[in-house]
Design a protein. Structure first.
Length: 273
């Protein structure tokens, strides 16, 4: 069953944070779908959305005996709580905004190791994570693993993150020309080179981009992207992107009808700038 709960209402366009302090946060037109898929018995994906503060988080857990579900929840909650705790950040400080986002993900990683220390049966759990903050006319993002962030702008779909996976590293080195070629050679699509809960020292990838009117941002887990390639995503957003609720529903539908072999999470956000 699809879940679309957990969204806090967006502020009016151009508002600051709820108490009037800090960076300007745009109103967000949002759609969220999260589904267990057609094969898995439990949903190890987690999303958190705080539209009042322009924060979006998607995590995809890994680990047996429901540990992946625990990992994604701990990590997503830790990032959201840390960013809310830094709610007094000054306006117009892009370097500081990125640093705060990076620290939030690092602290989420530490929270996972803390949970493992308290409950050794969780040993081996981990999660991917992609987090976004919209403020001051920019989108700030952090990611670890293969959950992704895309931007749809003027008819073009652009990935703003690059997977931390074995397949992607082999493609970057020119060992294979395409993902299909790598799969045909037996390279596993789920082998990650980075993840929260894997090493205590975490390498978080950060980025920022100016937001333009009409931009549409997609955060998702690999339950979507392993079922629909980038041209397929672009075609669907080109046809349905004007209606984020319908677009999210159609993305989920395509992932499920394509096999639904993994949990699927889709978050679409259009900043009203």
């Amino acid at each position: 069953m699809s879940d679309s709960t957990g969204i806090r209402a967006a502020p009016e366009a151009g508002d600051t944070r709820p108490d009037g302090r800090g960076p300007r946060v745009p109103a967000l037109e949002l759609a969220v779908r999260c589904d267990v898929g057609r094969v898995r018995r439990s949903n190890q994906d987690t999303y958190r959305v705080d539209a009042e503060r322009g924060i979006l988080v998607v995590a995809d857990g890994m680990g047996g005996h429901r540990a992946g579900e625990v990992a994604s929840r701990i990590a997503a909650d830790a990032v959201l709580e840390r960013l809310i705790g830094l709610d007094d950040s000054p306006e117009g400080d892009p370097a500081g905004a990125l640093a705060r986002l990076g620290r939030a993900v690092e602290e989420a990683n530490a929270a996972l190791f803390g949970a493992i220390a308290q409950s050794p049966e969780l040993q081996g759990m981990g999660t991917t994570l992609v987090a976004v903050v919209f403020s001051d006319g920019h989108v700030y993002h952090a990611h670890v693993g293969d959950s992704r962030l895309y931007r749809w702008r003027d008819g073009t779909l652009e990935p703003l993150t690059r997977d931390h996976s074995l397949v992607q590293s082999l493609l970057d080195r020119g060992v294979f020309a395409s993902r299909e070629q790598a799969r045909a050679a037996g390279v596993g699509t789920h082998i990650l080179t980075r993840g929260l809960g894997v090493e205590k020292k975490l390498d978080v990838e950060l980025g920022s981009h100016p937001v333009e009117p009409g931009d549409l941002y997609l955060l998702c887990t690999d339950g979507l992207t392993n079922m629909i390639d980038d041209p397929g995503l672009a075609e669907l957003l080109g046809e349905h992107g004007h209606d984020v609720q319908w677009a999210a529903e159609q993305l989920l539908h395509l992932a499920l009808t394509g096999g639904g072999v993994d949990n699927v999470t889709v978050v679409l956000a259009r900043p009203l700038v």
